[in-house]
Design a protein around this ligand. Structure first.
Ligand code: NAP
Length: 223
């Protein structure tokens, strides 16, 4: 049986974060839903209002939060529009530093840009115009910088989950195919997954950590 955890979802109101909150709560975990204006009607989901650019407030949210107490695990799934690389990397470093001190597992939902191209494993997706047009390159390279921040961290217990090329709200099938650091394609030829199934993969990884620090998932058809 899976141990019940307290999981802090940073970016709880977002496309991925809201699904991660729902998936975690449905599995019986206690959830700290962290964003600037979180709300919740679920007694197992405690809203924690924090602006993540305030490192002190972030520290308090992870070490002395209201409700169920300090988290066993953190899902970092934040995004700004337009992309703010400094904020993304800075927040990631702060989370990893706190997590290292407190023994907290960290799962970062990052970008597909940090993956290797399927046709050329020396070429990152972020640098491949076949997948990333010039207008999206700043977002893609910020995701690469976020992965580098993880790799440079002294904390050992982190995993960076790269979505496939396309990530959208959809159905929760509970199925996905898992890979490591190369972008995957589904049976229909597209690199995609629903945000619901990405949340399933994130929670599976937190509950049963695999050997890989960098992993990706893609939609899987029913057998
Ligand atoms: N194919 C791909 O590679 C792909 C596609 C989509 C997303 N992603 C990645 O998936 C992750 C999640 O993306 P998403 O689409 O779910 O993002 P989203 O819907 O835009 O949500 C972003 C979340 O970040 C929170 N946030 C932003 N700034 C904050 C701040 N200063 N303090 C506190 N919270 C803040 C927002 O909360 P508030 O505004 O409520 O505070 C919100 O909950 C990102 O890493 C994104 O790059 C990857």
């Amino acid at each position: 049986m899976t141990k019940t955890m307290t999981i802090a979802v940073l970016g709880a109101t977002g496309m991925v974060g809201s699904r991660a909150v729902r998936e975690a709560a449905a599995r019986g975990h206690r959830v700290l839903a962290v964003s600037r204006k979180p709300t919740s009607d679920d007694p197992d989901v405690t809203p924690v209002a924090v602006d993540l650019s305030d490192a002190h407030a972030l520290g308090e949210a992870l070490t002395d939060p209201p409700g169920p107490g300090a988290p066993d695990a953190v899902v970092l799934t934040v995004r700004t529009q337009p992309v703010d690389r400094e904020f993304l990397v800075g927040t990631t470093r702060t989370v990893l530093e706190i997590a290292a001190r407190r023994g907290i597992r960290v799962l970062v939902v990052g970008g597909a840009g940090a993956l290797r191209s399927p046709e050329d494993d020396e070429l990152l997706v972020a640098d491949n115009p076949r997948y990333v047009p010039a207008v999206l390159r700043p977002v893609a390279t910020a995701g690469v910088a976020q992965l580098r921040a993880c790799q440079e961290s002294a904390h050992a217990d982190w995993v960076y989950l790269s979505p496939p090329g396309l990530l959208e709200p959809g159905d929760r099938t509970g199925r996905y195919r898992r890979g490591t650091d190369t972008m995957l394609t589904a049976a229909d030829g597209r690199s995609w997954i629903s945000a619901e199934d990405l949340a399933v993969a994130a929670l599976d990884e937190l509950e049963s950590p695999g050997p890989d620090r960098h992993l990706t998932v893609v939609h899987r058809e029913a057998d």
